[in-house]
Ligand binder design. Structure first.
Ligand code: ATP
Length: 274
């Protein structure tokens, strides 16, 4: 989508409390973000400003949510893009888009009277994949522009820009991106454990009438290996089953059916991509 306007979005009101489980990533992230919040202290100690945070881990575990909550936590403007948009771009377009993204982030911050901006790039491997000779030249230009912009993020600017990137496939990233001073923090975001799953289910049950026979702890037991996105889907599908039966609340039986459906959907996805 050459020349497409980038999605400058209003920072959505989403906080760390709206994210289930993921205690460790939340802690590591807020620790890193405190560098952005307490920029004067950091400057006095001569610590170089935080430029990038890389979130790694399987799909649907809340990496995008963490980036949004980070913007809320630091009162930053928020702007998002996906690395996959860059893959098919013509020479020069990708690099230009990166330049615009950083420019827009700064403008957005000024407009909202914030002194920092967070740029979130999902699927960063689409831009910063390994450069192995045979790669298209454009690919290099886009990555080089990203590195330039990250290097240009100086401590003395009025708007501090922080890049948060996410990938499911860290092993594909170019080593240039992983050098110190680029992504200063790398945070692993894994599938939720049982407590995490229960927490996520609870969050997605907030806006639904749940029957008394439902134990979310039990559902959490039965959903081993599910991501946050799949758990969200379970709650939603269960509510759809309840609606079909004209039931006033979501019952344990609806949830069991929903778990099966989500599991089945996963299996079908795997088979069709094989
Ligand atoms: P991808 O790598 O596929 O982009 P992601 O890790 O960025 O995935 P999100 O986009 O943050 O995943 O999550 C997708 C949806 O799944 C969220 O909008 C939310 O509804 C649900 N979800 C995922 N993780 C959590 C969580 N920890 N707590 C609550 N909801 C979650």
């Amino acid at each position: 989508a050459a020349g497409k306007k980038s999605a400058a979005r209003k920072p959505e009101y989403l906080t760390f409390e709206d994210i289930g489980g993921q205690d460790q990533p939340k802690r590591e992230l807020t620790e890193a973000l405190d560098f952005l919040v307490h920029r004067d202290k950091i400057q006095k100690l001569g610590i170089r400003p935080l430029k990038g945070i890389l979130l790694t881990g399987p799909p649907g575990t809340g990496k995008t949510l963490l980036a949004k909550a980070a913007a809320q936590y630091t009162h930053s403007a928020f702007i998002a893009a996906s690395g996959s948009e860059f893959v098919e771009m013509y020479v020069g377009v990708g690099a230009g888009r990166i330049r615009d993204l950083f420019k827009e982030a700064r403008q957005q911050a000024v407009k909202l009277k914030r002194n920092s901006a967070i740029i979130f790039i999902d699927e960063i491997d689409g831009i910063g994949g390994k450069r192995d000779g045979g790669q298209h030249r454009e690919y290099d230009q886009t990555l080089n522009q990203l590195l330039t912009e990250m290097d240009g993020v100086q401590g003395d600017e009025s708007v501090r820009v922080l890049l948060i990137a996410a990938t499911n496939r860290k092993e594909l990233l170019d080593s240039a991106l992983l050098r110190p001073g680029r992504f200063d923090r790398q945070i692993q975001v894994d599938l939720p454990d049982k407590n995490g799953r229960e927490h996520i289910l609870k969050l997605h049950a907030r806006n639904k009438p749940i029957a008394k026979d439902v134990s979310l702890g039990q559902i959490a037991e039965e959903t081993f290996g599910f991501s946050g996105a799949q758990l969200e889907s379970v709650m939603n599908e269960a509510a759809i089953y309840a609606m079909r039966e004209e039931s006033e609340s979501v019952s344990a039986a609806h949830l069991t059916q929903a778990i099966d459906k989500v599991m089945m959907g996963e299996r079908m996805d795997r088979e069709t991509t094989r």
